[in-house]
Design a protein around this ligand. Structure first.
Ligand code: 3NM
Length: 219
């Protein structure tokens, strides 16, 4: 996938694991797909998260749904799982294995990295990241160990410095505030709870997609 294709796919990046849903995760993902998500990350984390075989089984079922509609399927942190099921990519944070080592392990798979400042961004880019996740843009209840809220300042800073790598904003994003990420130069938004816990998953996804489609990045 080229950077430009990836940029398109990152528009509405839905992230979810079983702990983010109070319904069957497969139904949630199906409805989110119907609502227009463009990218998906399986993130099985937190209290009560599935392990081992159960984690693998849910991953395979979610991956199948994504494959049917050509939505890239990314695995959070668990590089061995991503390789075992031949996922489209992995997403890692700063606490995980170094970017360079992960790149070596996964070959050409998509590699997303969470970055929180200019220095981390440059290091990740040089080590082979394909896109950045930047956050938390707004306050979030979903990630208990999230860093301080930073708004869109880092997205703006990186764009001002001429860095054109695909970027998604994350943290507390919903239909009413998604436009700020796009206006700052982001390519898309990553969303968990505003979709996974919405009364209508499909409508929530649809309204966020509409917002990112109508608020284009200035670059
Ligand atoms: N990473 P919600 S914030 C997984 O700042 C994650 O890097 C973040 O969930 C970061 O859309 C976050 O429900 C949680 O706020 C996003």
């Amino acid at each position: 996938m080229t950077a430009e294709q990836l940029r398109f796919h990152l528009k509405l990046y839905f992230i979810m694991g079983s702990t983010n849903c109070n319904r069957n995760p497969l139904d949630v993902l199906k409805e989110a797909i119907d609502g227009g998500i463009t990218f998906f990350q399986y993130r099985e984390k937190g209290e009560g998260a599935l392990k081992d075989e159960q984690k693998l089984n849910l991953a395979l079922q979610l991956q199948k749904l994504c494959k049917k509609v050509n939505i890239p399927f990314i695995v959070n942190d668990d590089i061995d799982l991503a390789i075992a099921i031949n996922a489209d990519g992995v997403h890692i944070g700063q606490e995980d294995e170094p970017v360079e080592m992960v790149r070596k392990k996964i070959g050409n798979m998509i590699l997303g990295v969470s970055v929180h400042n200019h220095e981390e961004a440059i290091m990740a880019m040089n080590a082979g990241a394909d896109y950045f996740g930047i956050g938390p843009i707004f306050p979030t209840q979903t990630k208990t160990d999230a860093k301080p809220v930073q708004g869109v300042s880092l997205i703006k800073e990186l764009r001002d410095k001429g860095i054109s790598i695909p970027i998604v904003g994350i943290g507390g994003i919903h239909a009413e505030n998604a436009h700020t990420v796009m206006e700052a130069g982001g390519d898309g938004v990553s969303v968990i709870s505003a979709i996974s816990l919405a009364p209508s998953v499909k409508e929530a996804a649809r309204s966020i997609r509409k917002s990112v489609d109508t608020n284009h990045s200035p670059i």
